[in-house]
Write a new protein. Structure first.
Length: 131
């Protein structure tokens, strides 16, 4: 997973630089003591899509999943980017296809949600960052 995520991130970064595409990047910070060791980084652009990678994520109780929520800024729209896939190594990732919905994103959060995710955050906000 790590190698795949790193390769995809490198391709997005190199491709964006080569074609002068604006790529945004944020490092998400832990919001509570229970996730103090967790780290996450999001890279995205309308042309290249989204890559979000997280490490040292907490074990979730019961039927919970980790959801990445995109803040659509002043644009209206659904905030959910998707559910993180968690590998056996504890590294989570989410890749999303390019599109206009990424144009106005101003931040991301990772939340714990009921199984299946949620359009509106119902769970705890674990990590977040915004411009």
């Amino acid at each position: 997973w790590v190698l795949t995520a790193a390769s995809l991130a490198a391709c997005i970064w190199i491709g964006a630089r080569e074609f002068d595409r604006p790529v945004r990047e944020l490092e998400l910070k832990p919001l509570e003591a229970g996730v103090a060791q967790a780290t996450a980084r999001a890279m995205w652009s309308r042309q290249d899509g989204l890559l979000l990678v997280a490490r040292n994520l907490p074990a979730l109780p019961g039927r919970k999943v980790l959801s990445a929520l995109a803040d659509p800024g002043e644009e209206s729209g659904r905030p959910q980017a998707g559910l993180l896939s968690i590998g056996k190594d504890g590294i989570g990732h989410l890749a999303a296809l390019p599109g206009d919905q990424l144009d106005h994103v101003t931040g991301f959060a990772i939340t714990d949600e009921p199984e299946g995710g949620s359009v509106v955050a119902k769970g705890r906000k674990l990590l977040a960052a915004a411009y």
